[in-house]
Each structure stands twice: as C-alpha cells, then as structure tokens.
Design a binder for this molecule. Structure first.
Ligand code: ATP
Ligand code: MG
Length: 560
C-alpha cells in the first residue's frame, strides 16, 4: 500500500475536489445529457458510530451535491434488524451536523421502502427473473461452483406461480429463518460470483427498530441499495471500492424492475489511517472489551472521539479535501490530519500558560506580599485578540524539565548560575537548588533582574524563554496526553494467530497533574498551552476540577 506522508516542511499543494475523477464523470454525464441534476446520498448503516472514514464519504457526497447545486440525502440503511439501534441514529445525525452538513428535508430510511421493495421482488418473480430457493446457507456455499465451474441451483426452474405463493408465505411468517430465500435469476456461470443467482430476500424473525414485527423477510443490501437509490432519484451513488464487483448487480436490478431512476454507481477507495483501525467491528471490540473508555474516547478515530479530543470540523473537512479521491487503496499518515488541525487552531486558539510537571521557584529578591499584573498576548497571530494580565509574584511554578542541574552543553534553559527569561515577565537567575532527603529537587531559589521586564528598555539577552504560572493564583488541572492508540503503523500487521489488539499502545494515555493560569474555560473550548500543543476542555471538566485533553502537540511527531 502506498503511504501518503505528512507534508514536511511545507504543506503539500492543496488538492481540491475539482479535478477528482468522480467530478469528471459527473461533468461528462451532465454535458452528455445522461442526467440534468446531481443528487447524492450518504447511506450509513445505523449499527455503530461514524468514524473519520465516514467523514470522507460525507464530505464527498454532500460536497459533490453542493458543488453542482444538487441535493444530498441522509439515508439510514436499516435493512438488518438484528444490529440496529436508535442510539446510533441519533449519534450519526449529530455527527453529520457537527461536520457542517445539512440534509434539510431529505432524511430517509431504507425501511420506508420495504413495501415497494417487496413489490419489485414480486415483479421479478412474475417476469421469471427471481425464484424461491430451498438451499441452506451451507448448501448454497457448496453449490456455488468455482472459476470455470458454474454454480448449481436445483430450484431455479420452480414455476412462477409456486415462487409467488412461497414468497408470500415467507412474508406471512409461515417459515423459519433460513428455510427459504428469494434469488435473482441471472447467470450461474458468470465469472462474477455476485451474479450467480444472488439471494435478494431472506427470512429473519425479530423486531426491527422502525417497522417492529411487521416484516419477517428482509431485503439483502445488494437488492435494497440500488432500488432505494432509484426511488430517491439518486443520480450518482458514490460508494467504496468493495462494491465494484457488485455494480453489475446494481445495474441489473435497475434495468429489470420498474424503478423510477437510472442511478449510477461510482466507486472510490476507502480511507485508511496509520496507527488506527477503522472498521466498526474492530472499534466495537475496543469499546466492548474495555480497551478504551467508550465510542467517544479521545483516542478513537470516531467523529465523537475526535470531537471530544478537540478536533474541529473545519480541520476534518480540510483533511478530506486534501486527501482527495482515488481508486487505489492507500494508507494516509495520521500526521496529515494533525497538520490540518494545527493549521486551523493556530489562529483560533488563544495561548495559555500551563505547567505540566510543576517545580516551585522562589524569587528571593522579589518583595514578599507584592504582586504585579503583566500583560501577555492572547494570540500573537491575531493581535486583535488582545492581551490579558497575568499575576506575577515571589513564588511561581516552572516546568521541571526546564531546569537541569547538570546540563549538557546545548541546554539553554535554567541551570545553576544560569539565566532564562520568563515569558512576558523578567529574566531570572538560578542561585540555589533545594532538595529533599532523598536528593529530589523540590524547589529552586532564584533572583530576578527588575530591569528586564518584558517590553521594557533593557537590551539584556538570554537564549531561552520558558513559561510559568503564579503559584498563589493558579489552578490545578488534570491534563490528559494522548499518543496513537496503536504502535504499529498498520495495526492489522500481526503474526498469524494473533490479532490487532497486540499492537495496542500501552502508553496511549498519560495523565498529568498540572498547574494552569486562572482561567474559566467553557466546555469544549480550545487553547494552545505554550510549548505543549493544543488542548480542549474535556466534558469531564468542572470549575472545581479542570480536565484538558491534548488534541495535538505543536510539532509533528511523525517518525517516518
Ligand atoms: P465499516 O467497514 O466501518 O463497518 P461500513 O462501510 O459498513 O463501515 P456504513 O455505515 O455502511 O459502514 O458506511 C456508510 C458509508 O460510508 C458507505 O457509503 C461506505 O462506503 C462509507 N465508508 C465507510 N468506511 C469508509 C472509509 N474508511 N472511507 C471512505 N468511506 C467509507
Ligand atoms: Mg456497510
């Protein structure tokens, strides 16, 4: 698989949606008069939460409709009663809206068409193009033939009247699950196995989330999907590559029933991202077996996880546009998604000082009981965001790693006898290192140079500036630092006999008890913590117990 890497050092030339092959096809259809409008759909199955792969499909479907002045439907593809749930419907709607798309009046359910789909199946039987079969699933597999050897289907020539009668009785609930199926009569010798008389209806007793127990037969995806598209007037049915071999069946069903629209299927390669899994089945396993805290765990590639982590819809849409569409399967570097996020947050997020691993500093020549307010920029990229006043006094916290007792040569931050600038404040000098009985550094004693106040006339220069917070007026904060959920670039890459769980990163979450300048963040609010990256308040956060998620660090941690 080709690996698309992050753009370093400069972002790659922006790929826009125009110039993608799907749009070329659509434009040809419009010019040659095959269609006079563009109508797309996003068709999630309500059996899980949406992930970033779905975002690509959403951006493509809604974006394509927007581009050509058309409409995009949201259609729940709810033809499998066993796995579906209203909770998923609510979350999918919320996620699509959050991404910034609106289906307006165009919300549909495949289950709305069960009566019509049943009617098309009857039409096919009447035309001698479908029949009721009695093979069990095992037998069907056994009879399916192989390359060059046609399938066998002993019920293929069942009289039409008999199939009509049996199909109606299937619908009436006279038979057990799996006892009969309805199959399209296409071509037992086709080199494309999908056309070897595919099953189009199966018996399945159970309760459907919308139609209750009205039905005990359900259309197969391959039957329901093209006909639902056609019923909704979809012109371009954009789907992922695995449906390419199903396209002849899609076209056969549209050609052989009285359905209203000649919809066209176009396939593109699904999105794969490094260091994560995307299949709902695997994501469900992570949730159900407790490897993550839920579908919205900030390490998950789900839209609810990315949202909780602090990702913005703008960054995700930008990412989807940059990766473009192709037919060839590829793996996109997660670093590219992170890059899009940094670009978006750089101008949006205000700067904040937060010390993740605090070390107390006493400024011995700063008067006790005195305090001054120092102005610092909220966002140097956006002067109009103004300045805020930070309290400064005798006791502060700095980052433990900003001091080294025995530093290597190129260490320019604080060291015994060394000087460093405190961001927005003064230059301090380390005079004394205080340790506990065990030899751990507990405190530094420093002096400050009152002449060096930021913005003042002093021309004194030091090589490094570090961040700090005022000890008496800061808040405690729980800061959650995330790393990739999987250490392996491709988590599925495991020795035979083991599974992707083995590639889980044991250090994907690290929790810090930090000190942060006094601020009152709103839920979901995003900040840049100086030198640490972009952070968002977690829904767990309260005014008494602040909780922040690191969305992404400042520098690309792409290690390729
Ligand atoms: P999964 O494999 O994760 O279970 P799915 O294809 O079964 O996904 P659906 O709910 O059927 O999930 O997907 C809705 C739409 O999103 C489909 O059109 C599907 O092709 C598209 N889609 C799903 N995964 C991706 C992906 N990784 N990249 C692009 N499109 C995707
Ligand atoms: Mg699916």
């Amino acid at each position: 698989m080709e690996l698309k890497t992050a753009p370093t050092p400069e972002p790659a030339e922006k790929k826009t949606m125009s110039g993608n092959f799907i749009h070329d096809d659509i434009e040809e259809d419009l010019t040659e008069g095959r269609y006079n409008k563009v109508h797309t759909r996003f068709p999630p199955e309500p059996n899980g939460y949406l992930h970033i792969g779905h975002a690509k499909s959403i951006c493509l479907n809604f974006g394509t409709a927007q581009k050509y002045g058309g409409v995009c439907n949201l259609r729940f593809d709810d033809t499998n009663p066993a796995k579906e749930d209203d909770e998923y419907i609510r979350s999918i709607k919320a996620d699509v809206r959050w991404l910034g798309f609106d289906w307006g009046e165009n919300l549909f359910y495949a289950s709305d068409y069960f009566d019509k789909l049943y009617g098309y199946a009857v039409e096919l039987i009447r035309a001698g193009k479908a029949y009721v079969c009695e093979l069990s699933a095992d037998q069907m597999r056994e009879y399916r033939g192989s390359i060059g050897v046609p399938a066998r289907s002993p019920w293929r020539d069942r009289p039409i009247e008999e199939s009509l009668d049996l199909f109606e009785r299937m619908k009436n609930g006279e038979f057990a699950d799996g006892q009969y199926t309805l199959r399209a009569k296409i071509d037992l010798a086709s080199p494309n196995f999908v056309l070897r008389d595919p099953v189009i209806y199966r018996i399945q007793h159970g309760v459907h989330h919308r139609t209750g127990d009205k039905w005990c037969i359900y259309p197969m995806y391959d039957f329901a999907h093209p006909l639902s598209d056609s019923l909704e007037g979809i012109t371009h049915s954009i789907c992922t590559m695995e449906f390419e071999i199903h396209r002849p069946l899609y076209e056969w069903l549209i050609a052989n029933t009285s359905c209203p629209t000649k919809s066209r299927q176009i396939e593109f390669a699904r999105l794969n991202l490094t260091h994560t899994v995307m299949s709902k089945r695997f994501l469900r396993k992570l949730v159900e077996e407790g490897y993550v805290t839920g579908w919205d765990d900030p390490r998950m590639p789900t839209l609810s996880g990315l949202r909780r982590r602090g990702y913005t819809p703008e960054a995700i849409r930008d990412f989807c546009e940059r990766i473009g569409v192709a037919k060839a399967e590829s793996m996109v570097d997660t670093a590219l998604l992170e890059h899009c996020l940094r670009e978006d947050l750089n101008t949006k997020a205000d700067r904040v000082m937060c010390v993740l691993d605090p070390l107390k500093v006493i400024i011995t020549n700063y008067p006790e009981n005195e305090r001054e307010m120092l102005p610092v920029d909220n966002n140097p990229e956006k002067p109009e965001r103004g300045k805020r006043l930070l309290p400064f006094s005798r006791e502060i916290y700095i980052e433990r790693e900003d001091f080294m007792e025995e530093p290597p040569k190129k260490f320019f931050r604080l060291k015994p006898g060394g000087e460093v600038r405190l961001k927005g404040a003064y230059i301090i000098k380390c005079e004394e290192v205080v340790k506990d009985a065990a030899g751990n550094i507990t405190e530094l004693r420093c002096t400050y140079d009152p002449e060096t106040k930021s913005g003042g006339a002093s021309t004194k220069k030091v090589k490094a500036t570090i961040h700090w917070v005022n000890a008496k007026e800061c808040k405690d904060a729980e800061v959650r630092l995330y790393d990739y959920l999987f250490t392996a670039e491709n988590p599925y890459d495991v020795p035979e006999g083991s599974d992707f769980i083995e590639n889980l990163n044991p250090n994907s979450l690290e929790i810090k008890q930090a000190k942060i300048e006094s601020l009152f963040p709103l839920p979901g609010e995003k900040f840049q913590f100086l030198r640490h990256g972009y952070f968002a308040t977690d829904p767990d956060s309260t005014n008494d117990h602040l909780v922040f998620n690191r969305i992404v660090s400042l520098k690309s941690n792409y290690k390729g």
